[in-house]
Write a protein that binds this ligand. Structure first.
Ligand SMILES: C[S@@+](CC[C@H](N)C(=O)[O-])C[C@H]1O[C@@H](n2cnc3c(N)ncnc32)[C@H](O)[C@@H]1O
Length: 323
């Protein structure tokens, strides 16, 4: 059997497939279709056989007359509904990662950690059968959940996907990569290892949940010296209600999920031109103990320090000749 690697199914609904039923109040129920099976609702039974053989988007009635619309789940539906042991990257960030991380068909992509495999699914779809996704996960149990989730969505083992169990820094392979995504508690620990394998111009995206992590990863990227100034973003998605003259923001606006730090690898031995922007007062002052960008002198930030003077006096950062 040839696998449809996108996970998209078309044609009549079949036994063994999952569909989502929605009633007239917007309540949803996910059903795994089975020949002869019955779903019992407060409004009477729904026969699976009334759905099997019908088209995607068909409606059925329960014995008590309640109408349901049946649709196959899309990738974003599946990502948030699939079994998980670790928190998943939500579709709104996965969409950003695919665009700002510049995923393309045929790309060689590194991902760590795998968690439940939600982002892996989005990446696999973007890179297609010609691409290669190498995902790393340090917890074997999570890797197994992710593999099951991807297998269920795609319908088998995805030939473009390799999962390696272990800590990324310890087990990372030597292969060259075009794009990298880090979604883990301490991505700053992996910046060096990823930087060594990322092609010049390659894109690194770090997803972090908290502002403290965002600051740490941004300063680690700057201190590395071989990356561009990171772009730091948060994505909110606001739904709207529009009926006749009642047009207003809806109630389903997504709350905070995470931040993205996006950066590009420089050519071997190159350093990005240092920003001469003055950091906020105290940004790198005496209380700051994190990674320090090369153009920020250690004594900057005390009262009376002038930024331009301090930067002019700072030693020129060493240029790494290794890649
Ligand atoms: C939030 S989950 C990833 C969720 C995943 N992106 C998804 O969409 O389903 C973070 C995962 O990173 C793994 N992890 C943390 N540090 C790691 C490391 N250094 N190497 C490999 N995996 C790591 C954790 O075990 C955890 O499963």
């Amino acid at each position: 059997m040839t696998l449809n690697l996108s996970g998209v199914k078309t044609g009549p609904l079949k036994a063994g497939e999952r569909v989502t039923l929605t009633d007239n109040k917007g309540r949803r129920k996910s059903l795994l279709l089975k020949d002869g099976a019955v779903w019992h609702t407060t409004k009477g039974a729904v026969q699976h056989d009334d759905l099997i053989g019908g088209p995607d988007g068909v409606t059925v009635k329960s014995a008590g007359g309640m109408e349901y619309l049946a649709l196959r789940p899309l990738l974003h539906d599946y990502m948030v509904a699939m079994p998980r042991d670790a928190a998943v990257i939500y579709p709104k960030e996965a969409a950003q990662i695919v665009m700002w991380g510049d995923m393309f068909p045929g790309a060689r992509v590194l991902e760590a950690g795998v968690g439940s495999g939600a982002l892996s699914l989005a990446l696999l779809r973007a890179i297609g059968p010609e691409g290669r996704l190498h995902s790393y996960e340090r917890r074997e149990q999570f890797a197994e959940v992710a593999q099951r989730n991807v297998r269920e969505f795609v319908g088998g083992d995805h030939p473009s996907w390799t999962v390696t169990v272990g800590d990324l820094v310890e087990v990372i392979s030597d292969e060259e990569i075009d794009r990298a995504i880090l979604d883990m508690l301490a991505p700053w620990e992996c910046i060096d290892a990823v930087g060594e394998r990322l092609i010049p111009g390659g894109v690194l995206v770090c997803y972090v949940a908290t502002a403290t992590q965002l600051g740490r990863v941004a300063d680690t990227i700057r201190a590395h010296g071989g990356f561009t100034e990171p772009t730091l973003t948060e994505t909110t998605m606001r739904d709207w209600h529009a009926e006749g003259l009642a047009i207003r923001p809806g109630h389903g606006t997504s709350s905070h999920t995470g931040f993205l730090a996006i950066t590009r690898r420089l050519a071997p031995g190159q350093r990005a031109p240092m920003r001469r922007r003055r950091p906020a007062p105290g940004a790198y002052g005496p209380d700051y103990t994190g990674p320090r960008p090369a153009n920020i002198p250690a004594d900057l930030g005390g009262a009376g320090a002038t930024f331009d003077q301090a930067v002019d006096d700072a030693p020129t950062p060493e240029v790494s000749t290794e890649d």
